[in-house]
Design a protein around this ligand. Structure first.
Ligand code: ATP
Ligand code: MG
Length: 768
């Protein structure tokens, strides 16, 4: 064939090159972590564009996170001189949103429909349950909301819900009422974005045909984590045998969203249904050194259900994987901070250091240690910026400015800050609105008396804001709203309100950043005139931008509000500065860092206790650990702690079983190996849990009796001894266990109750 046409392809190995330049046919790249799947996918897009096989508008690419989409666009625009703004690259939700914005009418939605995030959707479900006068104990809003999302992800509308008994019949009715309420209020939840756009294509043949002709190339990253509906959506957009090229990349060993309905079986279905000729395997890992890779390979080999593939590297063994044991979660955090500082002083940018954890709740201790040490850090996930209460209040006002009939937003802020509108008046208002089928905004007249006057004043406030912000910039709109709504004054008056005010100010910055990023008011990269497509048209004026698809003019406020709903997972504060990266293992998927700490490697935490009851659950935890390990390029730390305060309870931990599954030769213990699990007796609580068959502890044989002879302990404590503790005051030792560093005591502090304390941490003074 012809010589490699250009520089794009130079940095690929032969297998990768073959994958990138595959002819336009269905293809599946099945390969392990760090083998260059994402690089292959991105390079293929660039290659298709550069060789003129497709125009920027003619392909669609699905990434797993907004962050990944942004990175892909950044890489593309670095590789090629073109405007990537109009390209269909994004998450499933982002792309569905775009489709529905363009075809809202056919989709049966109002033009300015709003997106409910997870929490909003729970409160919407709650309102439905209340209106139906059902018992919230039996129909727990959060669970019902999960149920509805699960139905939608299976493609089921209320009529399709299997009604086995009175309970499921009732659930179907709630689902039905919820759907009606959302429709009335012009809002859609995340699952609805997917299902609605699937139905849009299914029910509008002409539209589907249009997109099938348009998107000659469809590319999907992280295919192993697609759910049933997402796969159906893809099939609708690019049906098997339809002549489009569908290029999917994935790794069965990194399927970690089974708990949320992801179906690793989609890969086998894809191979069969699309008659994939050859499955491309990439076996060379370019990310990590040998020891890190050995650890990953050794661990994942324990899983039984695998498609089977191997990873090798030529990078050499590198450093051993370091294992660290702490006495408490605080000590763990402290050690990480110090170690990270050392790495940074040694020349590593902070952004190349990641601290990973299994559960969001673990981040608080880490955050406070970093904060106290004055080290910049950035949290992904967790309480996301756009999910903070004050930010949501502000967004609710903005939504009302955009659309006064948005009842969810109306209810959120009608009495926040307080305006003398009580629960009874709200109920009256809601009833009136329901009876007349109108919005709350329209039904204010139905409430009489003082509350009625106050409601009318609230309506005036919103309408006035609408009037006075016409034509203003996004920044100006937000500042006016913050003032006029009373939000700023409210938080100023609150002595703990400083952080919230900062977040509100950050909202203005986020809006500003959005305006620049999305190209509002910004010149776009010039293209030759004959290649100009609607999405590349320069912004009109400073403020309005035509929708890429329909040419409809959308206000920057509307665009920003959508962005705020979709932009989950990015803590805007501190964006840009060199900061240590904190995130759950789930949100680390696809990313890589020079140095990685995996924290909290304890039985019950990682693997998580909820997963231990069945083999599938445990295998998913193991894949999660595999994902975590393979994020590291050069240095990897595995860390566990003997005690941890979680959800208000101190847990006494046993190190994760994953340690027994990792190849000994790749590890190095940097704390003395205490043989913690073996020689240490279990605490009574653990013994009890074991006896009770708790999954927390299911695997270990009973500990042998301590070998330590009865030498006089150095702590000078004995059962029955009176002690003093700085926090809990006076108490009496009830139990003593362990020895040396690991000694712990159960102390009865009377008013404060009984507590287990690690003596190496707790300062206990004997009282004579
Ligand atoms: P994951 O499964 O974790 O998503 P992946 O298979 O998508 O991993 P990439 O992120 O694409 O892997 O690549 C891993 C790293 O290896 C990246 O830093 C990438 O730039 C680098 N890389 C990939 N292929 C090559 C190559 N041929 N030569 C040099 N570096 C490469
Ligand atoms: Mg990848």
């Amino acid at each position: 064939g012809p010589a490699v046409p250009n520089a794009l392809l130079r940095h690929l190995n032969p297998e990768q090159l073959a994958a990138v330049t595959l002819p336009a046919q269905p293809a599946l790249i099945l390969a392990g972590a760090g083998s260059g799947k994402t690089r292959v996918l991105t390079t293929r897009i660039a290659w298709l564009l550069q060789t003129g096989q497709v125009s920027p508008g003619g392909l669609l690419a699905v990434t797993f996170t907004n962050k990944a989409a942004k990175e892909m666009m950044a890489r593309l625009s670095a590789l090629l001189p073109l405007s990537v703004r109009g390209m269909w690259i994004g998450t499933f939700h982002g792309l569905c949103n775009r489709l529905l914005r363009a075809h809202w009418k056919q989709a049966g939605l109002p033009s300015g429909f709003q997106i409910l995030d997870a929490a909003d959707s729970v409160s919407a479900v709650k309102r439905v349950i209340k209106a139906m006068k059902l018992d919230e104990e039996r129909f727990v809003p959060k669970q019902v909301s999960w149920f509805i999302a699960a139905c939608k992800e299976e493609g089921k509308r209320p009529a399709d819900v299997e009604q086995r008994d009175p309970h499921t019949r009732q659930l179907a009715l709630i689902y039905q009422a919820y759907e009606e309420q959302c429709q009335r209020e012009g809002v859609v939840d995340f699952a609805e974005l997917m299902l609605r756009s699937y139905e849009l294509l299914r029910d509008h043949e002409a539209l589907a045909v249009h997109y099938r002709q348009r998107f000659r190339h469809v590319l999907v990253d992280e295919f192993q984590d697609t759910n049933r509906l997402q796969y159906a959506w893809l099939k609708m957009l690019a049906p098997p045998g339809g002549g489009q090229s569908v290029f999917a990349v994935g790794d069965d060993d990194q399927s970690i969203y089974g708990f949320r309905g992801a179906r690793v079986g989609n890969m086998a279905d894809f191979e069969r249904e699309y008659r994939v000729q050859s499955v491309v395997k990439l076996e060379h890992n370019y990310r990590s050194y040998g020891n890190i890779l050995d650890a990953a390979n050794g661990l994942i080999a324990r899983n039984s259900r695998r498609l089977g593939k191997n990873l090798r590297t030529e990078a050499g063994p590198g450093e051993p994987v370091r294992v660290h044991e702490s006495v408490s979660d605080h000590a763990e955090a402290q050690w990480i901070v110090e170690e990270a500082q050392l790495l940074h002083r040694g020349g590593l940018p902070r952004s190349e250091i990641a601290i990973l954890y299994r559960s969001n709740a673990q981040s608080r201790v880490l955050e406070s240690a970093l904060f106290n040490a004055g080290i910049p850090y950035r949290v992904y996930g967790g309480l996301r910026f756009f999910e903070r209460a004050e930010v949501k209040h502000a967004l609710a006002y903005l939504r009302l400015v955009e659309n006064p009939h948005d009842d969810t937003s109306f209810l959120r802020v009608v009495n926040f800050p307080a305006r003398g509108i009580g629960a009874r008046s709200i109920e009256q208002l809601t009833d009136a609105a329901r009876a007349s089928g109108r919005s709350l905004h329209q039904s204010v007249g139905a409430v009489t008396g003082r509350a009625g006057t106050n409601l009318a004043a609230f309506n005036d406030l919103i309408l006035r804001l609408r009037e006075r912000t016409k034509g203003l910039t996004l920044r100006e709109i937000i500042s006016r709203m913050l003032d006029a709504s009373g939000l700023l004054d409210f938080y100023r008056a609150d002595k703990d309100g400083q952080e919230r005010i900062e977040n509100l100010e950050e909202l203005v910055n986020a809006a500003e950043a959005f305006v620049t990023q999305e190209g509002f008011g910004k010149e776009v990269v010039a293209l030759p005139v004959d290649e100009l497509r609607p999405e590349d048209a320069p912004a009109i004026g400073a403020e309005l931008l035509p929708d890429a698809e329909t040419g409809e003019i959308v206000s920057p406020l509307a665009a920003f509000l959508n962005h705020a709903s979709l932009e989950a997972g990015d803590n805007q504060a501190q964006a840009g500065s060199d900061a240590i990266q904190l995130m759950t293992v789930h949100s680390a998927k696809g990313l890589e860092f020079d140095a990685v700490f995996i924290t909290g490697l304890e039985e019950g935490l990682f693997p998580h206790e909820n997963s231990l009851s069945d083999a599938d659950g445990l295998e998913e935890e193991r894949r999660l650990m595999y994902v975590a390990i393979t994020r590291a390029r050069k240095r990897l730390y595995l860390s566990f702690s003997q005690t941890r305060l979680l959800h208000g309870q101190t847990r006494y931990n046993v190190k994760s079983r994953f340690f027994d599954e990792l190849p000994e030769g790749a590890l190095k213990w940097i704390t003395p190996r205490t043989g913690f699990q073996g020689a240490m007796a279990f605490t009574p609580r653990q013994a009890w849990q074991q006896a009770a068959g708790s999954p927390f502890q299911a695997r270990k044989e009973p500990a042998p009796p301590p070998l330590v002879p009865k030498a006089a302990p150095s702590h000078g404590l004995s059962v029955g001894k009176a002690v003093f503790h700085n926090r809990f005051g006076e108490g009496v030792v009830v139990t003593l266990e362990g020895s040396g560093e690991d000694t712990r005591a159960e102390v009865n502090f009377g008013r404060h109750g009984r507590k287990w304390l690690a003596l190496s941490v707790a300062k206990l003074t004997p009282i004579d």
